[in-house]
Design a protein around this ligand. Structure first.
Ligand code: G1P
Length: 285
């Protein structure tokens, strides 16, 4: 299976940080966000990844490219551990790029992948502003569900009612404990309109016919072509309750929380961080 990672958005929620750098390159502790996402695809068994970029996104390509100068420098100075971590990034997968020329929404960004995934029955989509952590990678869980049930499948998670308007939301019909038939989908509904509080978390396995549906989808919320709206035309789609932890880093506060949480996983600095946080809390609470 091939994977598509849309990374073309302007990152307005992160301005001014994102004025001249892509939001996908924002670090979550010690790695750019998009590296976690690429690593999830690779850990799921995918080695062909298309990143949909746009203007001002060159650093993403540089990040996954080989850096001879840097590698030579690290080698010469005996920094072997760093060298290994840098080399590994450029060897992760075959990564291809295509540009979305105009900001016309997520559905349109996915449409830019049409030629790349031509002839594939299904493909995976991983949004760059969500990191997932689980023993079996989220995308792999979706791929396994597709193999078993044979239709498009999207990962969903319960969110507090007041947060539904940040997401695409499904109308679920119970099939098994963690699998629902999606009867309808609404992009960014108000809490009153939301058909449930099962939100789409940004991981999808989609059948190729989605491209025909995107072609027939008019601009929706925000005047943009929404992937959620195009998915409504799929004959059958499943909502899979992801077994793992989701980190939505598409906004400043959640990004900051995730960075701290990931830093606390590093035994080498954990104590320092805890001491610092305690100090800050003592001063403020
Ligand atoms: C996008 C999708 C939405 C999904 C969300 C997950 O919205 O359109 O359906 O729930 O990602 O993060 P965005 O966050 O780009 O506004």
């Amino acid at each position: 299976m091939k994977a598509v990672i849309p990374a073309a958005g302007l990152g307005t929620r992160f301005l001014p940080v994102t004025k001249a750098q892509p939001k996908e390159m924002l670090p979550v502790y010690d790695k750019p966000t998009i590296q976690y996402v690429v690593e999830e695809a690779v850990a799921s068994g995918i080695d062909d990844i298309l990143i949909v970029t746009g203007k001002g996104k060159r650093s993403i390509e540089d990040h996954f490219d080989k850096s001879f100068e840097l590698e030579y420098f690290l080698e010469k100075n005996g920094k072997h551990e760093l060298l290994e971590s840098v080399e590994k990034i450029s060897e992760l997968a075959d990564i291809y790029y295509v540009r979305q020329k105009e900001q016309r929404g997520l559905g349109d960004a996915i449409y830019c992948a049409k030629k790349h995934v031509d002839g594939e029955e299904v493909f995976a989509v991983l949004l760059g502003d969500t990191i997932t952590i689980s023993d079996i990678p989220c995308t792999r869980q979706l791929m396994d569900t597709y193999e078993e049930y044979g239709s498009s499948v999207i990962a969903v998670e319960k969110v507090p009612k007041e947060k539904v308007e940040m997401y695409g939301v499904i109308k679920p019909k119970t099939l098994t404990e963690d699998l629902y038939i999606v009867e309808d989908l609404v992009e960014k509904p108000s809490p009153e309109e939301a058909p449930s509080n099962f939100a789409i978390i940004g991981r999808y396995v989609l059948e190729n016919e989605i491209f025909d549906h995107i072609e027939n989808t008019s601009p929706g919320v925000g005047g943009e072509i929404q992937l959620t709206d195009a998915m409504r035309f799929l004959d059958r789609i499943y909502g899979y309750v992801f077994n793992g932890k989701t980190y939505d880093i598409g906004n400043k506060i959640d990004w900051l929380k995730t960075s701290i949480e990931f830093a606390l996983e590093d035994e080498g600095i954990k104590e320092d961080i805890i001491d610092h946080l305690k100090e800050l809390l003592n001063e403020r609470v």
